[in-house]
Design a protein around this ligand. Structure first.
Ligand SMILES: Cc1cc2nc3c(=O)[nH]c(=O)nc-3n(C[C@H](O)[C@H](O)[C@H](O)COP(=O)(O)OP(=O)(O)OC[C@H]3O[C@@H](n4cnc5c(N)ncnc54)[C@H](O)[C@@H]3O)c2cc1C
Length: 396
């Protein structure tokens, strides 16, 4: 079986090494990624404020069992099993029997006028541009992060801590830190205030101009540098290939991670819209990227080796347990969640949270290396089967 993995972020790299390592030579795994080094996306806001972020060599990380092709998949024909790749040596074509889409996500197109003026941290190139623009801000300048999700909170914390001489604001349509339980939310707001971040909740941005934000209530906020953290969307490949996608361009899958429109396509990580325990899609996160990739590898292995999937094991099943959010380099909060990624119960701060965050941002690369050395060794927490969406039959 020839399996093409498109994208080598957390999900693509994990799916590739696990499948190659467990398929007893019966699967040829090819991975395509636009650059030869691994991007640890969790750290793009670190890169944006000038911190050094290691970029491991991808071919080495993937190991010899996987064929690595540097390039960008520009056309995908799942029915014919063909992909066109644009790489440093020009165009080439690759044939496949199954494709794992692991193209991740990037910052959503800005939904208000003035999108050309914003910066972002959703992808490597944007983070590099932000790094230059942020470093060039004069003392006393105004900067704003728009979007109060977890990435917005982490980003504003980094900016404020790195440049206390810049006036940094967080502008969000909802309540500030609304996702957390009340005590943890209070900690987040106090910590941001301690970093001199001015937080503006329930504030809608109508337009972005080069030196200001125009707000829905008619007010204006000075901002010489605006970072958009409104949300993530998938790259256009799946939509352009005629695969059924949702409004964010993510492949709509059944509970076995297979595309509803094209069963030879499996989608993992941020590029897959898979129903979670509560019926909504699993949140875009590492917590979903790694297990979905490992599950896709298990299914493809079973298919290649003609193994019956273990009863009840073809449907993907993941229970979220906690989220860890940093607020600059010295503060973090570890928030317990229910299986559906809703904040609940206890939250930890201080050393415990900082340590967990440090392990998380470094451990993501280690996970892939461990999976390559001992394929199949890593597991993940499962939700109660009673709350799991029903599995669709595997295609014959
Ligand atoms: C600043 C920041 C902080 C974050 N913090 C957290 C956090 O604390 N916890 C958490 O759980 N999540 C966090 N996230 C979200 C997390 O990074 C994503 O959920 C995760 O990266 C998804 O992994 P992935 O493998 O699906 O996609 P990605 O990591 O995005 O990898 C996708 C890969 O596919 C490649 N690709 C795309 N299109 C093509 C194509 N056509 N051809 C070939 N290759 C292609 C991309 O270049 C990329 O290398 C954060 C995100 C950001 C930006």
């Amino acid at each position: 079986m020839r399996v093409l993995v498109v994208g080598a972020g957390y999900a693509g790299a994990t799916a590739a090494v696990r499948l190659a390592g467990r398929s007893r030579g019966r699967v040829e795994v090819t991975v395509v990624n636009p650059r030869p080094t691994f991007v640890n996306r969790l750290r793009l806001h670190h890169l944006a404020v000038g911190r050094r972020v290691p970029a491991p060599d991808l071919a080495e990380l993937l190991g010899r069992g996987v064929t690595f092709v540097e390039g960008y998949v520009t056309d995908l024909d799942p029915d014919a099993g063909r992909a066109r790749i644009s790489g440093p040596d020009g165009m080439r074509e690759v044939s496949f029997d199954r494709v794992v889409l692991a193209t991740g996500s990037t910052t959503e197109p800005v939904p208000v006028p003035g999108g050309d003026h914003v910066h972002a941290v959703g992808d490597l190139e944007s983070a590099h541009r932000l790094r230059a623009a942020f470093a060039a801000l004069p003392e006393g300048a105004d900067a704003a992060v728009v979007g109060g999700g977890l990435t917005g909170l982490e980003t504003v914390g980094e900016l404020a801590e790195t440049r206390p001489d810049v006036r940094v604001r967080l502008v969000t349509a909802g309540e500030v830190a609304a996702w957390f339980t009340p005590r943890a939310a209070d900690y987040v707001r106090r910590t941001l205030a301690g970093l001199n971040v001015e937080t503006l909740g329930d504030t809608h941005v109508l337009a972005v101009e080069p030196d200001r934000l125009l707000l829905a209530d008619g007010a204006e906020l000075p901002s010489a540098l605006t970072v958009w953290c409104g949300g993530f969307a998938a790259p256009p490949l799946a939509r352009e290939s005629g695969i059924a996608v949702d409004a964010q361009g993510a492949v709509i899958t059944d509970a076995t991670l297979r595309s509803l429109s094209h069963p030879t396509v499996l989608a993992v990580g941020d590029s897959g819209h898979t129903p979670g325990p509560g019926g909504d899609r699993y949140s875009m996160s590492c917590q979903f990227a790694f297990p979905s990739a490992m599950h896709a590898a298990n299914l493809l292995r079973a298919e290649a080796l003609d193994l019956e999937p273990r009863p009840g094991r073809s449907a993907f099943n993941l229970s979220f347990t906690a989220r860890c959010v940093s607020l600059g380099g010295h503060n973090a909060v570890l928030q317990k969640t229910d299986h559906d990624d809703v904040a609940t119960g206890r939250a930890w701060t201080g050393r415990t949270a900082r340590l967990v965050k440090a392990i998380q941002v470094r451990g993501v690369v280690t996970n892939i290396a461990v999976e390559r050395r001992i394929p199949g060794v890593i597991g993940w927490p499962h939700a109660d089967p009673a709350t799991r969406p029903a599995a669709q039959p595997l295609p014959g």
